[in-house]
Ligand binder design. Structure first.
Ligand code: HEM
Length: 151
């Protein structure tokens, strides 16, 4: 095993946790949770996302550190175009996550604390649409990183 293999492993662990978690939240938990009244649904989301977003920060650290290490090993100039595109869409994904963290995620937690379900629902809608967008971008990034190598 080389250092590169270890970096690729850590990179993919981060990708699996982040993109897999978004797929579970959007595709499995969201349809089931819509059946609940807001007073149950929003505290449930707040608890689930509090744990998931903690994992996403760890995943981002793993993806960034390993990704940059692998890029520098080859050199930016020598790296395939697909790697540059991956780094670009990956950076956009990270920016969107940071925007969720400092925006609607704070608003959701504060609304749940005040039991303000109307404001909580607004914040949750914003989180949902940004997570759906990031899920699509995550799948595109995986496609660029794999299928994109053929171009
Ligand atoms: C944000 C900065 C990122 C950088 C600098 C980066 C960099 C890299 C590099 C250099 C490799 C090549 C490893 C190799 O083929 O030996 C790689 C592989 C890979 N990356 Fe990223 N990456 C980033 C983000 C992401 C994100 C956000 C995803 C997915 C959501 C992703 C998915 C993948 C996948 C699936 C591979 C394996 C491709 C393969 O080896 O054929 N990367 N990454």
């Amino acid at each position: 095993m080389t250092l590169h293999h270890l970096m690729l492993f850590l990179h993919l662990v981060g990708v699996v946790v982040w993109v897999g978690g978004m797929a579970f939240a959007w595709g499995c938990l969201r349809p089931a949770a819509t059946q609940l009244p807001p007073a149950q649904r929003l505290p449930l989301w707040s608890g689930v996302l509090s744990r998931f977003f903690g994992l996403v920060w760890i995943a981002i650290a793993l993806i960034l550190l390993s990704g940059i290490a692998m890029l520098l090993e080859v050199g930016m100039g020598q790296a395939p175009k697909a790697w540059h595109l991956m780094a670009l869409t990956g950076a956009v994904m990270i920016a969107i996550f940071v925007s969720i963290w400092f925006g609607p995620w704070r608003a959701l937690r504060s609304a749940v604390g005040r039991e303000d379900w109307a404001q909580g629902a607004v914040a949750m809608n914003r989180i949902r649409s940004r997570v759906a967008f990031n899920l699509g971008l995550g799948l595109l990034t995986i496609a660029l990183a794999t299928l994109g190598l053929g171009y």
